[in-house]
Design a protein around this ligand. Structure first.
Ligand code: IFM
Length: 769
């Protein structure tokens, strides 16, 4: 047990640590108009706990801070009772008040600053405090939620008296102890709650100490989870506060969250706050070693990528298969913590290539919700499994049936029943994960079943008609401006891919693990005869491809809709469906977000020859980017097509969604999908990384201004480092694992240590080629 009686002067160095340029987000002062968006942008998270960058010192009014706990869903909302992520009590409140003879009055705060240390995943705050009758104090804090032990949060404070010292009262407390959860126990150092309807338990164990002048000051109890100290500060004296909290949720920690929270706290206390900080920093350093992308020559793009990777690393929890990443991760309340296709299509590639354990946990979340997906398919009259468009803890569909639209009118939401491509999106991610990770255990025990059940859904969903084709009618594609449409190219082509992957997985299982196949086919009552019919069904699903032009029709009848020149509306401040109204928008070719372009991103091989360029040239001018997901898809496709300056523009616009002050919608949390998209534009786009059957391929085209790129990836248990120069040259180092094949600029190489290859030829290490 570290010595808790001597003053933790190491906090001096921790709070003043040199924050590395290039790894920082700064915010000085206090701008009430921008405060909520900054709380999202500067949020910290570890995939289990999330904290917005809310002010916690001497708070009066303003948004109530809270801690998000992944998976803490409860059914809320009287008009539309759907599962929502419940806020937990905030544990970071601090008070510093002048203790004058007549009253305790909060000190005035000036020189407020906030620095997010992306490298260490910690938020630093600072301010100057003064009161009329008291001397001045300088205060600095650090807060973090540990990624070495995700149950643990740490807060450190350093409070330095000015030249005349002064008498003050310091308090540390929780807020919102009984605001959204039902308290079961509110004690001095421990509290437990349960959610009202779902009955989930949450517990927190807490420890706080304040040291000054070399001694630990005696705390007075100030209500449940509240502490107060009186400090007569000599001139220039320093006080140090340390607070540890450990949270546990029932279905994450087992039946007894109280015991889990207490055990975690005991371990953290015994290690000491300094060790908690050090192990957290080491875990972040490890994440950065495995995921940092460096850009040579473009500091703004570098910053955007670091910001994106910071939030991506903070959003996931590889140890909890019961949760996945919601549309705003754990940084805000928008979309109630619900999980969309955003996760599998926009985020999973980052995790699959840099953090396979996290990717696996997210896909296992889908496996654990497979029964709910089966139930949804059955409820709507189909076979197999249709995943929830919006998913919470159980996998039941939590899509609301109406919402307030951007024009403040009530709009009906049909995505819960009609946006069915989600099933194929999840299957796509399952197959991609399998190809990249070669995780046999996952494929055998979860992946294959998900592929087969989603494929079975499409087989029943694609109905044979008189024209000899199979049609999927009455859906919504990614372009949500057009509802109840028939034969959406994206949906239908992804369904075909889903069926093809299921067949490939079942062949593999049958050949390599016949016992497993026999167990699974019996469980699913899937006879060989059923599977034998699937290739013919898949081949007949219409996709809207015109072989003569190479153009896909986004859905049946799309080409006949009104063509509207979006350029006329440049500079608009509202989405196109608000400008035109829903009826005219639906009757037009205006697309909300990448749809055929999304297909081009995911299944580029479905676009032969120049067909990719033809489709991009046709659909890009028709897209109004009414969703934050859209530009990332366009950016990746443009980069692959060699339109690198256009791709860079999309990259920058995508980065601006969460980083520029102009975007109001960030108040409700960062857009984790667009952050995943930024990584994809860089690595799958500019670096040109793609998957081949048994190897990786690289066809980079860097945009002007990017002199080089460097990043790590993982491939079937191997660790690789990829370096790209704008000459262009690709250099791949095998850091760990067996030799493998890589294709660079179309030529296959054997990689055993390093391969360096210019666009035309191998320029080094010929022994490897
Ligand atoms: O999943 C998206 C959808 O494509 C467009 N609306 C917002 C959702 C959540 O990000």
């Amino acid at each position: 047990m570290p010595d808790v009686t001597s003053a933790p002067t190491w906090i001096d160095a921790a709070v003043t640590a040199d924050l590395q340029e290039g790894w920082l987000l700064h915010d000085d002062g206090f701008d009430p108009l921008r405060e909520t968006s900054r709380q999202s942008r500067f949020a910290i998270s570890n995939g289990f706990l999330g904290i917005r960058a809310t002010r916690t010192l001497n708070r009066t009014g303003g948004p109530v801070p809270y801690t998000s706990v992944a998976g803490l869903f409860d059914v809320a909302g009287l008009q539309q009772p759907i599962a929502q992520l419940m806020p937990a009590a905030d544990w970071l409140q601090l008070g510093v008040a002048a203790d004058s003879t007549d009253a305790v009055s909060p000190l005035e705060l000036t020189a407020l600053s906030r620095h997010l240390d992306l490298h260490r995943g910690a938020l630093h705050t600072g301010c100057h405090m003064s009161g009329r009758q008291t001397a001045a104090f300088n205060l600095q804090t650090i807060r973090l939620v540990s990624i070495a032990d995700r149950q643990t949060g740490l807060q450190l404070m350093r409070l330095e008296a000015g030249a005349s010292g002064g008498k003050i009262r310091v308090t540390a407390s929780f807020t919102g102890l009984d605001s959204s959860l039902v308290p079961c126990h509110l004690g001095q150092n421990f509290a437990a709650w349960r959610t009202r309807v779902s009955g989930k338990g949450l517990a927190v164990a807490a420890w706080v100490s304040l040291h000054a002048g070399g001694d630990e000051l005696t705390a007075q109890a100030a209500g449940p989870l509240g502490w107060a100290w009186d400090w007569e500060a000599p001139p220039g004296a320093v006080a140090y506060l340390q607070r540890l909290v450990c949270f546990a949720r029932t279905d994450q920690a087992g039946a007894d969250p109280a015991r889990a929270a207490r055990a975690s706290l005991a371990a953290a206390r015994s290690a000491g706050c300094r060790a908690v900080l050090a192990s957290h920093a080491a875990a972040w350093a490890d994440r950065w070693r495995n995921s940092d992308v460096t850009i040579d020559g473009d500091a703004a793009s570098q910053h955007a990528l670091r910001f994106a990777i910071y939030h991506l690393n903070g959003a996931a929890n590889p140890d909890d298969e019961r949760v996945s990443v919601g549309a705003r991760a754990l940084t805000g309340e928008d979309y109630h913590g619900h999980v969309f296709w955003d996760t599998e299509i926009f985020l999973l590639p980052f995790y699959t290539f840099t953090w396979p354990r996290a990717a696996r946990a997210m896909l296992m979340y889908r496996f654990h919700t497979l029964d709910a997906a089966r139930a949804k398919a059955a409820r709507l009259g189909w076979r197999g499994a249709l995943y929830a468009w919006e998913s919470a803890d159980t996998g039941a569909d939590t899509t609301p049936d109406h919402a307030i639209g951007p024009d403040r009118r009530v709009v009906e939401i049909r995505c819960g029943t009609q946006e069915q491509h989600i099933a194929a999106d999840i299957a796509y991610a399952v197959w991609q994960y399998w190809q990249v990770s070669a995780d046999e255990d996952f494929l055998r025990h979860a992946g294959c079943e998900m592929l087969l059940e989603t494929a079975r859904f499409w087989i029943s969903r694609a109905v044979p008609e008189a024209d000899g084709g199979r049609h999927i009618r009455g859906v919504i594609g990614p372009d949500e401006y057009h509802e109840n449409i028939d034969d959406n190219a994206f949906t239908n082509a992804m369904a075909r891919h889903n069926i093809a992957c299921a067949l490939a997985a079942s062949d593999l299982l049958r050949a390599r693990w016949p016992g497993e196949w026999s167990r699974l086919s019996t469980k699913l009552a899937m006879a060989d005869a059923e599977l034998a019919g699937w290739p013919a069904v898949a081949a007949r699903i219409v996709t809207g491809l015109d072989p003569a032009t190479g153009l896909y029709e986004q859905f049946a009848g799309y080409f006949g809709l009104e063509q509207i020149d979006l350029a006329q509306f440049n500079g608009r401040s509202v989405p196109m469906d608000v400008v035109l109204g829903p009826a005219r928008t639906q009757a037009s070719q205006i697309v909300k977000q990448a749809d055929v372009v999304g297909l081009l991103m995911l299944l580029p091989d479905s676009f032969a020859g120049r067909s990719g360029a033809v489709n991009f040239a046709f659909y890009e001018p028709r897209c109004s980017h009414g969703s934050s997901l859209s530009r990332a898809m366009h950016g990746l496709v443009a980069a692959r097509l060699g339109l690198s300056q256009q791709a860079l523009a999309f990259f920058r616009q995508t980065a601006a969604i969460d980083m520029a002050d102009s975007h109001a919608a960030i108040d409700g949390g960062i857009h984790i999908a667009s952050l995943g998209g930024i990584w994809q534009i860089a690595v799958l786009g500019f670096a040109g990384l793609s998957l081949r059957d048994d190897h990786l391929a690289f066809d980079p085209i860097l945009p002007d201004g990017w002199a080089g790129m460097d990043f790590p990836i993982q491939w079937r248990g191997r660790h690789l480092r990829v370096k790209i120069e704008s000459t262009p040259t690709v250099s791949i180092t095998l850091l760990e694992g067996d030799p493998m094949a890589v294709r660079i600029f179309g030529r296959l190489h054997q990689l055993s240590s390093v391969v360096t290859c210019g666009e035309a030829d191998v320029v080094a290490d010929p022994a490897n080629s």
